[in-house]
Design a protein around this ligand. Structure first.
Ligand code: SF4
Ligand code: FES
Length: 170
């Protein structure tokens, strides 16, 4: 039985009771349901810029980001419907548009959220058979942009500052 500081909701048919104010991505994790993320970290709070964590919520007309959505009583969340899977594939396809195909020789290989999420949730093939952008100078990758966003979020969390990113990273 939930007390006043707890909320009970349903995720993928499983009931979960979680502290008020927590977000759906953490509630799901507490019962072993993984919602893929890039820009979210439980210690930094919601950031909401990568769209990797889209889920379906009953009575909501569109998919929504599970990392910014606070739990509510009797909320019904679905993390694995065809619409969610299509959105996850789309986000990854877009993220990988100009990403080099360098995993075997990349320093991040084996410990890379982009690699892991692509393997688990990405499209099995690509529709993007064209020459990738080849820039003379190094430009920030999506992952670097997300990391910068996380650092901004961290700085804002520990200091009373107002640094902001005025654009999504993609
Ligand atoms: S950053 Fe990750 S996905 Fe990209 S090449 Fe390196 S290991 Fe692969
Ligand atoms: S993890 Fe939710 S928007 Fe990035």
């Amino acid at each position: 039985m939930a007390d006043d500081n707890e909320v009970t909701l349903t995720i993928d048919g499983k009931s979960v009771t979680t502290p008020k104010g927590s977000v759906v991505v953490d509630a799901a994790k507490s019962i072993g349901i993984e919602i893929p993320v890039f820009c979210y970290h439980e210690k930094l709070g919601p950031f909401g810029c990568c769209r990797m964590c889209l889920v379906e919520v009953e009575k909501m007309p569109k998919l929504t980001t599970a990392c910014t959505l606070q739990v509510a009583p009797d909320m019904v969340v679905k993390t694995n419907t065809p619409n969610v899977e299509k959105a996850q594939k789309g986000v990854l396809e877009f993220t990988l548009l100009n990403h080099p195909l360098d995993c075997p020789v990349c320093d991040k290989g084996g410990e890379c959220p982009l690699q892991n999420n692509t393997f688990k949730y990405g499209p099995g093939d690509t529709r993007m058979e064209f020459e990738r952008a080849n820039r003379d100078k190094a430009t920030p990758s999506v992952q670097l942009s997300l990391l910068i966003g996380s650092v901004v979020s961290l700085v804002n969390g520990v200091q009373d500052t107002a640094i902001s990113l005025n654009k999504r990273v993609h």
